[in-house]
Write a protein that binds this ligand. Structure first.
Ligand code: KDG
Length: 306
């Protein structure tokens, strides 16, 4: 079945109204897995979000945004005793910085018992990220159970999503373990360098020998696909970057949608870059998609002209 489920914390996000922080913020929506879900829905994929929000206005905003994009939110847990998570894109000398307000959030209370209440039959791909592993001990358990309880015909995709502030004081080796239990793994070169001391694709393969598909992202330079068969490098698109947070989620969605459609290696990477471009051009996590005629031109272009 082609349906996808994305499991992880969706968040309210305050984004500065202007490029320079004027102390006026726009209320938007983020959370890595929820971002992937929104991109996938816009690409025509049947997708469900698995997670929790508080019984509060921020939770209602999160759910409205997911619903508006076409994401199925009927499995959402609404927890009246905990708040919806929030983060703020603060301006910092090096660009935006994420400040989290998520301790004790509704999603942090999720655990393996979630699997007793949601029906995953019909789900052909389950998307997870390393962020969930940091939210609480029960969330880590949930990821462990999900990745151990493998079902034939259901792929698990895992974006490492290294977030050093969330891992402070915790043992991040579990990230490698979880990634190795997945079928498709996304990792940035910089993340690989932080985790394994080397971001080169060959070093990533040494750290992650098990997943059949590993994508190493080299920022604006491009991405490398490691699978059975030849290694494929696809340069990225030249984009006037407004704000980069969320681009990795968009990339994952574009790549996964193309994978589900049976596209070849280069097109899968290109679809990732095209989706990422939309996110890079917006201050929000998820931007407006590129116009379809531009997408068609980009897909048809020679790899070296990107
Ligand atoms: O990839 C974007 C995410 O980093 C952002 O939406 C917030 O989920 C988030 C996180 O935990 O960093």
């Amino acid at each position: 079945d082609g349906a996808v489920a994305c499991l992880g914390e969706a968040m309210a996000v305050f984004v500065p109204e202007e490029a320079r922080n004027t102390h006026r913020f726009l209320l938007t929506v983020g959370g890595a897995e929820a971002n992937v879900a929104r991109h996938l829905a816009r690409l025509g994929i049947t997708v469900r979000w698995l997670g929790a929000v508080g019984a509060d206005d921020l939770g209602a905003t999160v759910l409205a945004s997911l619903r508006d994009c076409g994401v199925d939110v009927t499995s959402t847990i609404v927890d009246p005793s905990r708040p919806t998570a929030l983060y703020v894109k603060e301006s910092a000398p090096t660009g935006s910085r994420m400040r989290y307000y998520r301790t004790g959030s509704a999603c942090s209370a999720l655990g393996p018992e979630l699997l007793d209440t949601v029906d995953l039959s019909g789900i052909g791909l389950l998307h997870l990220t390393g962020i969930t592993a940091t939210l609480s001990a029960s969330c880590l358990d949930l990821l462990r159970v999900v990745t151990n309880r493998r079902v034939p015909d259901r792929l698990i995709s895992f974006d490492v999503n290294w977030r050093p502030t969330l891992w402070r004081g915790k043992d991040h080796r579990v990230l490698t373990e979880l990634a190795n239990a997945a079928d498709v793994v996304f990792v940035g070169e910089d993340e690989a360098e932080a985790l394994w001391g080397d971001g080169a694709p060959s070093a990533v393969r040494t750290a992650l020998p098990d997943p059949p598909t590993v994508v190493v992202k080299h920022g604006a330079r491009g991405a490398t696909l490691l699978e059975d068969g030849p290694t494929v490098f696809q340069p990225g698109l030249a984009v006037d970057v407004v704000e980069p947070i969320g681009a990795g989620d968009a990339f994952a969605a574009g790549f996964l949608a193309a994978t589900l459609a049976g596209a070849g290696p280069r097109e899968r990477l290109r679809r990732g870059h095209i989706a990422a471009a939309a996110a890079l051009r917006s201050r929000e996590d998820v931007g407006e998609p590129l116009p379809p005629d531009l997408v068609a031109t980009l897909l048809a272009a020679d790899p070296d002209t990107w």
